[in-house]
Design a binder for this molecule. Structure first.
Ligand SMILES: Cc1ncc(C[n+]2csc(CCOP(=O)(O)OP(=O)(O)O)c2C)c(N)n1
Ligand SMILES: [Mg+2]
Length: 251
C-alpha cells in the first residue's frame, strides 16, 4: 500500500499549516490535489486487480475543481456529489483511510462499507453524499440550501454535477426553485467534455453555459479546470444570505 501511505501523508501535510493570506492557501491546495491524484491511482490499481468491489469512476485531471471550490467553503457548508465523487469528498475534508475503508467494504468506512464508491457521505464535513443517479443530487443540495435559509444558519450548499446532467429534468426544476426562492446553493458544472464515454455534443443541445442565464442566475465560466485558481476565483466570495457577488465572465 505504498501509494495509499503517500496519499495519507500528502493529506496530513495539507492540513498542517494554518493559512493567513490567499497565497498561503496554495501549497495546501496543491497538496490536496496531489492527495486526490494519489488516491485515485491507488483506487485504479485496486479496481483493475479486482481487489475492490463495485465500480470506480476516477476524478484524475479534475482535482482543481473540487479543491478550488471547497477551499472557499466552511466545514459546515454542504456539498453534494456525483458518481465521480472521490475528489469532492477528499477536498471537503474526508480522511483517506476511511475513504479506502468504504471502497473496500470495511466497517470502518464512512457508510460502514455498505455504500462504496458512489455513495460516500460524511455529515461531519457537510458531505451529503455522492450519487449514482446523474443529476440526482440537485434536489438534495437545493433542499439543504432551503433548510439553511429557513433556519438562518448561513450555510451554503454546493451541487457538483457533470455536463451529462444537463439532459436531466430534475436539474432544471432545482435551478428554477433556487433562483425563484433565492436559495444559497451554488451549482458547479464540471464539463469534462464527455458523458462518461460519449462526447457531450452527442447528448447536449446548445451551449452548456447558457441554462443558468435562462433562469436569470449569475454564473461564472472557468476555463482550464485543471488549475485551481480559476475554480477558486469563481468562489472568491461565497454568496451567503442570498447575496450573489460574482458576475458572468471568462477567466
Ligand atoms: C439518471 C441516469 N441515467 C443514466 C445513468 C448512466 N450514466 C452513468 S455516468 C453517465 C454519464 C455522466 O456524464 P457526466 O454527468 O458528464 O459525468 P462524467 O462521467 O463526465 O463525470 C451516465 C449516462 C445514470 N447513472 N443515471
Ligand atoms: Mg462529463
Amino acid at each position: 500500500m505504498a501509494q495509499a501511505k503517500t496519499a495519507r501523508q500528502a493529506q496530513n501535510a495539507s492540513h498542517s499549516q494554518p493559512a493567513t493570506a490567499e497565497g498561503d492557501l496554495w501549497p495546501g491546495m496543491y497538496q490536496q490535489m496531489v492527495t486526490i491524484r494519489l488516491f485515485e491511482e491507488q483506487v485504479n490499481d485496486l479496481y483493475k486487480t479486482a481487489r475492490m468491489p463495485g465500480l470506480a469512476h476516477l476524478y484524475s485531471g479534475e482535482e482543481a475543481v473540487a479543491v478550488g471550490v471547497c477551499a472557499a467553503l466552511r466545514r459546515d457548508d454542504y456539498i453534494t456529489s456525483t458518481h465521480r465523487g472521490h475528489g469532492h469528498c477528499l477536498a471537503k475534508g474526508a480522511s483517506v483511510d476511511r475513504m479506502f475503508a468504504e471502497l473496500l467494504g470495511k466497517e470502518a468506512g464512512y457508510c460502514k462499507g455498505k455504500g462504496g464508491s458512489m455513495h460516500i457521505a460524511d455529515q461531519d464535513t457537510g458531505n451529503l453524499g455522492a450519487n449514482a443517479i446523474v443529476g440526482g443530487s440537485a434536489g438534495i443540495a437545493t433542499g439543504a440550501a432551503f433548510a439553511s435559509k429557513y433556519l438562518k444558519t448561513n450555510q451554503v450548499a454546493v451541487c457538483f454535477f457533470g455536463e451529462g446532467a444537463l439532459g436531466q429534468g430534475l436539474l432544471y426544476e432545482e435551478l428554477n426553485l433556487a433562483q425563484l426562492w433565492q436559495l444559497p446553493v451554488i451549482f458547479v458544472c464540471e464539463n469534462n467534455g464527455y458523458n462518461e464515454y460519449t462526447h457531450f455534443s452527442e447528448s447536449t443541445a446548445g451551449d452548456v453555459a447558457k441554462p443558468p442565464e435562462a433562469f436569470g442566475m449569475r454564473f461564472h465560466t472557468a476555463l482550464y479546470g485543471h488549475r485551481f485558481t480559476p475554480s477558486g476565483a469563481c468562489m472568491h466570495k461565497v454568496p451567503r444570505d442570498g447575496a450573489s457577488p460574482w458576475q458572468s465572465q471568462d477567466s
